[in-house]
Design a binder for this molecule. Structure first.
Ligand code: FES
Length: 161
């Protein structure tokens, strides 16, 4: 079967959109076999919808954002399944992203990522999802822990911390 350039791009986009969420859940371990660090990054009681809190994960050189959305989100935690966290580094060329108007925006080339939909890029030059940080909540205390990353943080060769 001969595939036109346009057909190849359409098929690639469709399979990539399906494959990414599946791959994102493929491993709870880093490539070197060690578990991801588990770090307390906040408490549900300190979160207000639309007001992100910064933290670093999986190490001090990796800025990230913890936020509560106004509606349930993919992989969201908490009673409303609306608490999510993402790498704060744009997947295009590594500029810091900011949360504004319900989305992450990169000021360098204006890529936009949807935090409710796994960090999917939907505008601008970034072609890869913003890495989503796996969260766990203690139902009693409301403490939120980061336990892993789905996706490759910009500038890294692999997911290892
Ligand atoms: Fe973010 Fe280019 S570095 S869009």
């Amino acid at each position: 079967m001969k595939l036109s350039r346009r057909g190849f791009v359409q098929v690639s986009a469709a399979t990539g959109a399906v494959a990414r969420p599946i791959l994102a859940h493929a491993s709870s371990m880093m490539p070197d076999g060690k578990p991801w660090p588990s770090i307390k990054v906040g408490n549900a009681n300190q979160l207000s919808a639309g007001k992100p809190i910064s933290f670093n994960y999986p190490d001090a050189g990796s800025p990230a954002w913890l936020l509560k959305l106004k509606a349930p989100a993919y992989e969201g935690i908490g009673p409303d399944r609306s608490i999510v966290a993402f790498s704060g580094i744009c997947t295009h060329m590594g500029c810091p992203v900011a949360f504004k108007g319900g989305r992450f925006i990169c000021p360098c080339h204006y890529s936009m990522f949807d935090p409710a939909k796994n960090g999917v890029p939907y505008q601008g030059l970034a072609s890869d999802y913003l890495p989503q940080i796996k969260l766990r909540i203690d139902a009693t205390s409301g403490d939120i822990h980061a336990d892993g990353v789905s996706g490759l943080i910009w500038g890294r060769q692999n997911d290892a911390a």
